[in-house]
Design a binder for this molecule. Sequence first.
Ligand SMILES: [Zn+2]
Ligand SMILES: [Zn+2]
Length: 365
Amino acid sequence: MSQSLSLLKVLNPQAGWYRGDFHAHTNYSDGVHTPAQLVEVAIAEGLDFFAVTDHNTIDSFSKFGDDPTTLIIPGLEVTLKEGHFNVFGMEGRLDWMEHICTGKNISELTGIYGTTTALMQGASSQGLLNSINHPLMPWEPPLEWRDRATDLRYLDCLEIWNDPSWPENDHANPKAVALWTDWLNAGYRITAIGGSDYHQPAPEPGQDKPPERLGLPSTYVYAEQLSGAAILEGLRRRRAYVSMGARVTFQAQADGTTYEIGADLGERSGAIDFKATVTDCPSSGRAQIVRNGQVVSETPIEGGQAVLRWRNDADPARSDWCRLDVFGEEGQMMAITNPIYVGPRRRPVSHSYGDFASAPSGKQS
Ligand SMILES: [Zn+2]
Ligand SMILES: [Zn+2]
């Protein structure tokens, strides 16, 4: 029997920050690499893990072999005219894939899974994670998310940073960050991730663009061990940051306890001391702590490094989210963390994708 991808296989029993990529294609859809070649690329890039996310097929799962150093997370890029979303964590074929995994580049919504919400709800109920990809990337056929009715309560993650080799993403990625910021302000705790959307190393003839790189951007995830189950649990707990090369830490200290990225300190009053560090930043620029969408503290990055300290006086009646943003000299993203949360939980009142101002003017479904 051919080996498939297991969520429980442990490649490293240590807890820690692991570096990976949540978006990659093989030649089972429109990538150029075989599964084995994609593993070689991941090894060359020094990644701990990557998610295989072919368009509307999981047929590659049994073809990866048994490399003991690179974790492969089973995923699927559900590819519809309404937009693209990754589902992570399936170990095999599931009922909702019947009309999705059809071998077509674009599948149709039908039957009991006739809407993107129903499909996400189905995947959620099976313990899988849903992540909208490149939500604001214009293209023809459309790559942006166009279903304004999608219910955000079934969305676990958002790809805030997609393949930077596409010139369109110079604008589309910052817009995706702005959309995510709107969602955070509304009370959603959707985990921001990155995806290189890797298809091939070199541009096609006539394409005027830099090469794609697996792991650019990377997503660092804090996991209890290096296994598919632990990495996905790290995403669920929002213990993740997206990076274009910089390493960061972002912590809150209160009452002698240290809290990490993704933590929820709950309702409290008094001082909370935030500390951020940046190392190995490929560009000079600036590091900023952002609270509820506003920059509250900033420091320059010199020699690839920065340390930033900021005290937040918590108001027990106020809901805060605080994250670290790192930008290069020309304003390019170097790293963005998921937030640390303080105060009572905000309850979103708007649930549809199209309710948010940064959402595209896509067609009503
Ligand atoms: Zn896509
Ligand atoms: Zn893709």
